[in-house]
Write a protein that binds this ligand. Structure first.
Ligand code: AMP
Length: 223
């Protein structure tokens, strides 16, 4: 049984979606002169949009809400609330996905009150319309059923967290083989992240002291 519906997003899809989103922005005739990437999810799409729309200015703002994969924190915060002057600029605020919308609402309100741009519009690759508190001005994909998108820039982090959750949930089981973990991962998340990422995530959990590798088995340590 898949526990968290998850879709593995490829780099090719990211390029295709960012290109598609750039076309939507172009058609609107909105011409941003500064792109603001919401850190960290908006970085890659923002950089690609700068390329597709030929925008030179790229800054970022860290607004954080989801501290772990598929687990939402109670409150979104602006991590480094620095100040810049944007009163002559048209800003495009970019994120990967609008889920609850809290991250973007916070970033938007901060920019409007502290950076005071001439104009501000919001773009996201994806918009989960039934749950989001805001609709971005521009989006490429409307998502109708909630799902966790496993983006390529969080593959290592998400995989390590997902494996950790499997081990925590089955706390009586103190020894796992690689294939047992792989099978459970596929059952729980329905995706295959590839051998390199899976082994990298396991190495990370070993380095963090949560697992110990011994005789081709992973022994559960402190969690
Ligand atoms: P939110 O404040 O709920 O709109 O989401 C904030 C950030 O968390 C997004 O910009 C993503 O980086 C990440 N995120 C939230 N929901 C998802 C999801 N369903 N799939 C992948 N990433 C997500």
């Amino acid at each position: 049984m898949v526990k968290v519906p998850t879709k593995l997003v490829t780099w090719d899809e990211i390029v295709e979606w960012s290109m598609g989103l750039s076309e939507v922005i172009k058609r609107s005739e909105f011409k941003p002169d500064v792109v603001v990437a919401v850190s960290r999810g908006g970085y890659v799409p923002a950089r690609l949009i700068c390329d597709f729309l030929l925008v030179d200015n790229l800054v970022s703002l860290q607004s954080q809400h989801w501290t772990e994969a598929a687990k939402v924190a109670e409150k979104a915060i602006i991590k480094f609330p620095y100040k810049i002057e944007l009163s002559d600029h048209r800003v495009l605020l970019v994120d990967d996905i609008v889920d609850t919308g809290d991250t973007l609402i916070l970033a938007r309100d901060f920019i409007l009150s502290e950076w005071r741009p001439r104009e501000l519009k919001i773009a996201a690759l994806q918009w989960i319309s039934p749950v989001a508190k805001i609709k971005p001005d521009f989006y490429y994909i409307e998502v109708k059923d909630w799902i966790w998108f496993q983006y390529p820039w969080t593959r290592h982090e998400d995989t390590a967290q997902f494996i950790k959750r499997i081990i925590v949930e089955e706390k009586e089981k103190k020894e796992w083989t690689l294939s047992e973990l792989e099978a459970k991962f596929r059952d729980s998340y329905g995706i295959y992240v590839g051998d390199k990422y899976f082994k990298l995530a396991l190495r990370t959990l070993v380095e963090l002291g949560m697992l110990k590798e011994e005789n081709n088995k992973y022994l559960v340590r402190s969690l």
